[in-house]
Design a protein around this ligand. Structure first.
Ligand code: NAD
Ligand code: MG
Length: 399
């Protein structure tokens, strides 16, 4: 299991660290870049990547001075080349170039691409055997067995960046793993926590991405609104920590102050608290096993006053149960769940389907696609491609 591995591995050198940021222009990427820029004596940037956002990538590259900046989109090559012409920074384009750069040896990679699109590059980073700080949870949902197998083979260390998993990592006593009774994943409940089903039926993309506490990319924001994000995180936790899936609970906590908890057999519950700013878990991973300063606003618990907790409403938010079902089915079902969800979320963002259709389409895809084990990248690609095609046909029936 990844966490028991974490304690075995020495944390690189205490001196300068070379770092690659995959998905540098995104929400995770820019939070990471902010911390790296504040610590020029600690980090050297090797690689920065983006999909096609040339302007933001070029600005980050001018600031952080990587060896190479890469766009996945081939057609953006000339724009990036022009934008960095006077800098001496190498530029490249295309998914092969991106994966090759992810394979270049560094001390740490931040895996911040969104969705299954990040799997190849994340696996390439894992194959170099160093530290991979994983935000791209879809990698574990799509191909968790393969990811952990590659970690075992290369000796790479996965550090969880997702705030919940980072919180659990901070309070999980590896030496007392047998005495862990439960992991408790907290969830904000998203922007529709108090909405009725009728209200949610008419929810627009803009309403769905307006998260009350966190400022994130559009895909994960919609996942938070459906609570599929918590379903994906349940699967992520089952891969990262040596705990049975039935012993992973979800608890809605609207303030997003307690980022998750571990309950032990003696009745103790350990929690990690912090402001809802991803720079806290990112800093934890960047400095691990030490700590580093961050400029985030400190928690003022007296001003917050009270912390609330409630059980998730599985009727209004069926996605968590769907994810748990896929996890229990095993055999590639979570890859089906992920692909169907990615297509359904994008279709919702494109105004092709309604908000409540997202979970319905995922459920139908899980019924219609015959899942099979994902042991190789080709296994994953076959299942992913088939599920995307099935879900796209389901979208056409709705729209
Ligand atoms: P985002 O949409 O803000 O950024 C995504 C990044 O990936 C961008 O740099 C984009 O250019 C790049 N990208 C997108 N498609 C790509 C492709 N096909 N090929 C190569 N690069 C591509 O997303 P985000 O919110 O930063 O989330 C990134 C990952 O981190 C997701 O897996 C998300 O679930 C996870 N995560 C995010 C947060 C958060 O606060 N944003 C918290 C926890 C976990
Ligand atoms: Mg999270």
């Amino acid at each position: 299991m990844a966490v028991s591995k974490i304690t075995e591995v020495q944390a690189g050198s205490t001196g300068r660290r070379r770092i690659t940021i995959l998905g540098a222009t995104g929400s995770i990427g820019t939070s990471t870049a902010d911390l790296v820029a504040r610590n020029p004596d600690t980090f050297d940037v090797a690689v920065l990547t983006a999909n096609r956002n040339v302007a933001d990538l070029a600005a980050l590259a001018r600031d952080l001075r990587p060896d190479i900046a890469i766009v996945a989109d081939d057609a953006s090559y000339n724009d990036l080349k022009d934008a960095l012409a006077d800098t001496g920074i190498e530029v490249a384009a295309g998914s092969d170039a991106l994966v090759a750069a992810a394979r270049e040896p560094v001390d740490m990679t931040v895996a911040g691409i969104v969705g299954a699109a990040g799997l190849d590059a994340t696996l390439a980073a894992i194959q170099q055997g160093s530290v991979v700080a994983l935000a791209n949870k879809e990698c574990l949902v799509c191909a968790g067995d393969l990811v952990l197998e590659e970690c075992a083979q290369s000796g790479a260390t996965l550090l969880p960046l997702d705030s919940e998993h980072n919180a659990i990592f901070q309070v999980f006593e590896t030496e007392n793993a047998d005495d862990v009774e439960k992991l408790i994943l907290t969830a904000s409940g998203g922007p529709f926590r108090t909405w009725t089903q009728e209200q949610m039926a008419g929810a627009t993309p803009d309403q769905a991405v307006a998260h009350p506490n966190w400022d994130m990319g559009r895909k994960i924001s919609v996942d938070s609104a459906t609570m599929m994000n918590k379903g994906l995180e349940l699967i992520e936790a089952a891969y990262l920590f040596p705990v049975d899936s039935q012993d992973i609970d979800v608890l809605v906590h609207p303030q997003s102050v307690v980022h998750s908890m571990v309950a032990y057999t003696d009745g103790s519950i350990l929690a990690q608290l912090g402001p809802p700013d991803m720079r806290v878990p990112i800093a934890h991973a960047l400095a691990w096993p030490a700590r580093m300063k961050t400029p985030v606003e400190r928690l003022d618990l007296a001003a917050i006053g009270s912390l609330n907790f409630e059980l998730p409403d599985n009727e209004r938010f069926p996605a968590i149960a769907l994810a748990r079902h896929a996890l229990e089915l095993g055999n590639g079902s979570t890859a089906v769940l992920n692909a169907a969800n990615e297509i359904a979320v994008q279709s919702f963002l494109d105004n092709l389907i309604g908000f409540l259709d997202i979970a319905k389409l995922v459920e139908k895809a899980l019924d219609q696609v015959v899942a099979r084990p994902v042991q190789t990248l080709n296994d994953f690609r076959d299942l992913d491609t088939e599920t995307r095609a099935v879900t796209e046909s389901l979208v056409k029936l709705v729209s």
